[in-house]
Design a protein around this ligand. Structure first.
Ligand SMILES: Nc1nc2c(ncn2[C@@H]2O[C@H](COP(=O)(O)OP(=O)(O)OP(=O)(O)O)[C@@H](O)[C@H]2O)c(=O)[nH]1
Ligand SMILES: [Mg+2]
Length: 476
């Protein structure tokens, strides 16, 4: 792939349909190619850099299609090479015909992402910015678009370059100890060196965490509302949505099938699933039993399970309610939030209800098993819902540091993996510095520098580039 990086490439860079079709040509023969297929009173060339000229495409038969052409001489162009563009009518025919003429004039059809790859190779963008281009194209929401834009503007790249520069500096510190004798240089004491490496390690690890911010904003969170029949699960879904989406009746077993809707809480998209109430299969008819089966599956797949208990039920029902809750919790792989509903009809106050939960101290080791922290709401009156929303938001962020939540610089999965590996090598370097094994410390630091360089592209191998740019479309 990409063997001829000095030839002239062309592609339609606008999507199908639309009012205008743009053919982009990049490479040393961009100007002669556009001049071969296009005529105007003023011809594209260095006299008119970045000026849109009016003319028509030369197609042999007739006057040719009216169109605009522009020439952007390198290095001040997107790819850093000479670039020419022809803007013709949209639709599928005009642009395809113009492209055919351009290819006949000697340009080669560009491969996926080849324009952006050239921009990267010519130093117009670093790799994080090139990936930002792709993320911006794929962004499905305003917030995802904003994150991509920040990456495109170099927010991630500049942070990573700072970390890398510091690693390289430390590397020279270690290596100089191999080359010079103790009297020659004024060295950092090993503990100071270790502290500096530790700080860098933390910076790299914290930056890696921001990948979770990206995933959260891109994919949202799946929240499953579960619990016994009649606990008010469907009522809560309706309350969260602000309209009556699910059927609510006093009959236990009303909801038969899972039901999914989207709710935004604190800027995070929650995909909320209402489920059929869970109870002994013998009590349920065959349809309800199938619904319960689906509820069970949802429990296992959820990021967060909100388990409702009925606070208005007689206290004698609580042990059975707690047992059902504990049983369900074993099937949950995500986070689990227990929640008393129907507080408006409860005979006890919140503290009394929580104390009804059996103390889980084990006799043998006396370590307290984690007591559940209950929410207290009324789906009917709306009491406690704001508090529950804050808890959901916090649970979704799950201890991510505020800097990661700010979204200023959010790394991709690829960056996170490299940063985590770099952090491990920095740890190893620290150990070696402590043992004053300078050669090994140097080798770990060198690996960490390579890994961080792979993020911005300085040390990325051609197959890494192939993998990244193949995800782009043709024309980008
Ligand atoms: N007093 C009171 N009643 C509630 C509250 N939430 C729900 N209910 C009532 O409880 C009954 C059951 O509500 P649903 O929302 O259908 O309960 P569910 O958990 O979805 O029940 P299934 O679908 O059968 O599993 C209805 O009569 C609701 O009006 C609440 O906060 N307070
Ligand atoms: Mg229901």
């Amino acid at each position: 792939m990409f063997e001829h990086e000095n030839d002239t490439i062309a592609a339609i860079c606008t999507g199908a349909g639309g009012a205008v079709g743009i053919i982009r040509i990049s490479g040393p023969r961009a100007l002669s190619t556009v001049r071969a297929v296009w005529r105007g009173r003023r011809m594209p060339g260095p006299e008119y850099p970045r000026v849109m000229l009016y003319g028509h495409i030369v197609s042999g038969a007739g006057a040719g299609e009216p169109s605009l052409a522009v020439f952007m001489p390198g290095p001040h162009s997107f790819t850093g090479e000479d670039v020419a563009e022809i803007h013709c009518h949209g639709g599928s025919f005009a642009a395809r015909r113009a492209l055919r003429l351009v290819l006949q004039a000697g340009a080669r059809l560009a491969q996926n992402g080849e324009f952006t790859r050239r921009a990267f190779l010519n130093g117009k963008l670093d790799l994080t910015q090139a990936e930002g281009v792709l993320d911006l194209i794929n962004a499905g929401s305003e917030r995802a678009g904003l994150l991509a834009e920040r990456r495109l503007n170099g927010a991630v790249g500049s942070l990573v370059r700072e970390i890398r520069a510091e690693i390289v500096h430390l590397l020279s510190e270690c290596e100089s100890r191999l080359d010079f004798s103790e009297e020659d240089l004024d060295w950092m004491p090993p503990d100071v060196l270790c502290e500096t490496i530790g700080a860098l390690r933390k910076q790299a690890a914290d930056l890696a965490l921001t990948a979770r911010t990206g995933a959260l904003i891109r994919d949202g969170v799946s929240l499953v509302i579960a619990g016994p029949p009649n606990a008010g699960k469907s009522s809560l879904l309706n309350r969260m949505l602000g309209y009556d989406r699910a059927i609510v009746t006093p009959v236990p077993g009303t909801t038969r099938d899972t039901l999914e809707e989207s709710v935004s809480i604190g800027g995070i998209a929650f995909r909320v699933t209402d489920t059929a109430g869970l109870r002994d299969a013998e009590q349920a008819d065959p349809v309800e039993a199938m619904g319960m089966e689906r509820s069970q599956q949802s429990l296992g797949a959820a990021d967060i399970v909100l388990w409702l208990l009925d606070a208005s039920a007689p206290a004698e029902s609580f042990p059975a309610q707690f047992e059902a809750m504990k049983r369900a919790e074993t099937a949950v792989r995500g986070k689990f939030i227990p929640c008393w509903n129907k507080m408006d009809g409860a005979a006890m106050d919140p503290d009394e209800l929580d104390r009804a939960y059996p103390d889980e101290k084990t006799d043998t080791d006396h370590t307290a098993a984690k007591q559940p922290v209950f929410e207290h709401i009324s789906a009917r009156t709306g009491d406690g819902i704001e508090h529950l929303f804050r808890r959901l938001e916090e649970t979704a962020w799950d201890g991510l540091p505020p800097a990661a939540q700010s979204g200023d610089a959010v790394v991709s999965e690829r960056h996170a993996v490299l940063l985590e590996q770099a952090a491990k090598h920095l740890d190893a370097a620290c150990e070696c510095v402590r043992a004053e094994s300078w050669e090994l410390a140097g080798s770990s630091l060198r690996t960490a520098a390579e890994l961080t360089g792979c993020i911005t592209g300085e040390t990325a191998t051609p197959d890494v580039l192939d993998e990244i740019f193949s995800r782009f479309c043709i024309g980008k």
